[in-house]
Design a protein. Structure first.
Length: 238
């Protein structure tokens, strides 16, 4: 169960086992966390293809894996409600299974802990008071396209500075000016330089090859709006 996120998912998530493209991305993050490499990653998936479920299971695995040694995860979302609370509840759901429910789990507002390891969900709104946290396992920007780059740089990025924690950006492509777009460009440059995959892009066709119902829905939406529609270009073709 503790070998990696893929094995963890197969052992604990009977009806929500991660798909191959999700496992590949999760294993890359796990390699960086487990070896203290401090890498940055971006997960850019087509709409409703399992990005948030992947994040929940990845964090659940890390909490179980580091429950004895301890460690902290910080998850930033554009707003605490609804995004932060939804992310927290997905994590709690991933932990509530016959294999891991026997471990001590603690819920205090926006913090979920297993043993000495914890994950805290924080608003990245410009008006939120989010300073002072430290992430030594993982720092996450979820829905990063809606987090202001200047807020991330000033408030959240320093949370991983003293520990060189692995950092993960997730979201949907919107424009070239977003935090997510900036990080995608940076990670693409790093990939070109050293060949290590950091940018995981999963378009609708990749998902459709595994989930036929998703393919039917995708083809229907593309037929309705046309391939040039902004919604189709961003949410399906990335």
């Amino acid at each position: 169960m503790l070998v990696g996120p893929g094995a963890f998912s197969r052992a604990t998530q009977r009806e929500r086992v991660l798909r191959p493209y999700q496992i590949e991305a999760a294993e890359a993050v796990w390699e960086s966390v487990s070896q203290g490499l401090g890498r940055q990653f971006a997960f850019v998936f087509s709409r409703q293809s399992g990005k948030d479920e992947l994040l929940a299971q990845l964090i659940a695995f890390l909490l179980i894996r580091f429950q004895a040694r301890g460690g902290s995860i910080v998850v930033a979302t554009p707003a605490l409600r609804p995004q932060g609370i939804i992310s927290r509840d997905r994590l709690l759901s991933a932990l509530q299974n016959p294999v891991t429910e026997r471990f001590t789990q603690r819920r205090e507002g926006t913090t979920v802990a297993v043993g000495r390891a914890s994950a805290r969900f924080i608003s990245a709104s410009p008006t939120a008071n989010a300073r002072g946290q430290t992430a030594d396992l993982l720092l996450v920007a979820n829905e990063a396209q809606d987090i202001r780059p200047e807020v991330w740089d000033a408030v959240f990025d320093p949370m991983a500075a003293s520990t060189n924690a692995t950092t993960l950006f997730l979201g949907t492509v919107w424009s070239r000016e977003t935090l997510l777009a900036r990080q995608m460009r940076h990670l693409a440059e790093q990939e070109a330089a050293d060949g290590i995959k950091r940018l995981f892009r999963v378009n609708w066709e990749t998902v459709a090859a595994i989930v036929p119902a998703y393919g039917e829905r995708g083809r229907a939406r593309i037929a309705q709006f046309g391939p040039a529609h902004p919604f189709i270009r961003t949410d399906y073709f990335l």
